[in-house]
Design a binder for this molecule. Structure first.
Ligand code: ATP
Length: 515
């Protein structure tokens, strides 16, 4: 049986082979953790962004969108805390010369050495007890499992403490005590742990105060904070209201692997929701639930997502939870929902010396609003969609096919139009069908190779419908429509195509589920 790691390898090579993702500057041997989206990938990515934008901005009259710049005044990052506190703890193995994030080493230890053992015990017991097995009861009473939980708890408590106190010696000691070996060399010959700032910097002509160093934004959120009053006033927004943005962010990640999961240049979709002080808990719960609904509406298998409440809160946070997704390499953060209090706005008020208060006419008071944020990486969402859609199937006739069972509203192409032969006027008829459909759907035209081969190529890029134009089409204006997942074929009148395809691929159907 293929391991999850094999599946992940297959997904990454499929992504390259079919034009989804290429390594950046590949002809120069690539640039680590930087990727380019190809012809199919950029279309899928755009559809993901549209789904988010529609759900957040188009569907909510109290949320508006902006597009702020990547460069910001450097004081922004002093105020936000990123200059001083946007660090990751870094450790090197002296033998393999490989660099790791110290917290990730500990988290992986917990996952591989303890959580996996709990899973094993649960599976064993489930088999033994059959239908009468009660997982919760087993986990809360079995002495061995309880022992593992206790160990996890004590490690997590120590991890939280060294992180909060920025105790780098204590961090190293934790790794030494757990006897964590380097995954590459196997040795326990570690350097000290030290803090590493993740922001990229560059030079700009000159700023008003004579400095020249500026940063590439590590998150899009600050562009929203510094503009919140501009938007509130010009858009006549009333609290509670939200500002949404999609844009690039840059982080000099220490451990950059796992394909587009962790990149140095990536894209975020963030929304800051400004609320009356005291109402943040209610809105935090609301946005946690609403965002989970957005994920589930896509139609991933049950159990693909779960919440993970944060152990260590970021320097700004009051409460934070991740929506984790079951990637081929395990459950990992896909989106964060954060209750940020009024930290950012108060900081900007202090550093800019400009009042950032909102006057609330309902209670006749001015205040700095609290903020609940939802923040998701486009690239991680892309990987979630691609890896879940990737399917290898054995067909009844013994042959195999690789098909991307993408949610049809996200597919790069919605329909491929294929003339059975290159002559007898069939290509012209096929092009006429495309000319009628292309206003509503992304269409693909292909006339080369046998029809079966062409179907497989469309399966590989996830096109939900293939339309074959044959000689009968010239006589009665009907075509064969083949559906991607079932491979069922039916004869359909050309006049009905728009409705048939529209019903299946329209994002409207998904958005309606969110209400
Ligand atoms: P992680 O713990 O995985 O480093 P984070 O907690 O630092 O992530 P946030 O700062 O909350 O991430 O960023 C919000 C979202 O942006 C994440 O949920 C993720 O989807 C995305 N993201 C963050 N860093 C990266 C990256 N290096 N590459 C791709 N996406 C990223």
């Amino acid at each position: 049986m293929a391991t999850q790691e094999d599946v992940f390898k297959k997904v990454t090579s499929h992504a390259k082979e079919y034009g989804f993702v290429f390594q950046s500057s590949e002809i120069y041997d690539g640039l680590s953790a930087v990727y380019d989206y190809g012809q199919t990938g950029s279309a899928l990515k755009k559809n993901i962004k549209d789904y988010w934008w529609d759900a957040m901005v188009k569907m909510n009259e109290n949320i508006v969108g902006i597009d702020s710049s990547i460069f910001m005044h450097p004081k922004t990052w002093k105020a936000s805390g990123h200059v001083d506190a946007f660090n990751d703890p870094l450790i090197d193995n002296k033998d393999s010369k490989k660099r790791y994030r110290a917290d990730v080493l500990v988290e992986e230890y917990i996952q591989n050495k303890l959580e996996s053992k709990i899973d094993k015990e649960v599976k064993k017991a489930a088999k033994r007890f059959g239908d009468s097995f009660n997982e919760t009861e087993f986990k809360t009473t079995n002495p061995r499992v309880l022992g593992y939980f206790e160990k996890i708890n004590s490690i997590e408590t120590r991890l939280k403490k060294v992180q909060e106190e920025e105790d780098m010696e204590g961090f190293k000691q934790l790794i030494v005590d757990l006897e964590i070996p380097c995954p590459v060399s196997g040795s326990k010959n570690w350097t000290d742990v030290r803090q590493f700032n993740l922001m990229f910097s560059t030079e700009i002509g000159s700023l008003s105060d004579g400095s020249t160093k500026i940063y590439l934004r590590p998150e899009t959120a600050q562009g929203i904070f510094v503009n919140y009053l501009n938007v509130q006033k010009t858009g006549r927004m009333k609290i509670p209201f939200g500002i949404a943005q999609i844009g690039k962010a840059f982080r000099n990640e220490i451990v950059a692997r796992q394909f587009v999961f962790r990149m140095r240049e990536f894209e975020q979709m963030e929304m800051q929701f400004f609320v009356r002080p005291g109402e943040e808990d209610k809105w935090y719960e609301y946005w946690k639930e609403t965002r989970m609904k957005w994920h589930r509406a896509i139609g991933f298998p049950e159990g693909s997502h779960k919440f993970h409440d944060h152990l260590k809160l970021a320097h700004y946070a009051k409460a934070a939870a991740d929506i984790e997704f079951q990637f081929p390499f395990g459950f990992k953060e896909l989106e964060g929902v954060h209750s940020r209090g009024n930290f950012d706005l108060s900081q900007h008020e202090e550093f800019s010396k400009k009042k950032l208060r909102y006057f609330d006419p309902e209670i006749n008071e001015s205040y700095i609003p609290n903020v609940v944020e939802t923040s998701i990486g486009v690239d991680r969402m892309f990987l979630a969609v691609l890896s879940t859609a990737f399917t290898e199937e054995k067909l009844e006739d013994g042959s195999e096919r690789t098909v991307l069972k993408l949610p049809s509203f996200l597919a790069p192409y919605k329909v491929a139009v294929l003339p059975l032969t290159k002559k007898d006027g069939l290509p012209e008829k096929a092009r006429a069908i495309i000319d009628a459909l292309k206003y509503d759907f992304e269409c693909y035209y292909e006339e080369k190779d046998q029809i079966g081969k062409r179907y497989r190529r469309q399966d590989a890029i996830g096109t939900p419908f293939c339309i074959t134009v044959d000689h009968q089409t010239l006589e009665d204006n009907t075509v064969t429509v083949r559906e991607r997942d079932t491979m069922k074929q039916e004869r359909v009148a050309i006049d009905h195509l728009e409705k048939l395809i529209g019903e299946s691929v329209n994002v409207k159907n998904i958005l309606k589920k969110l209400n």
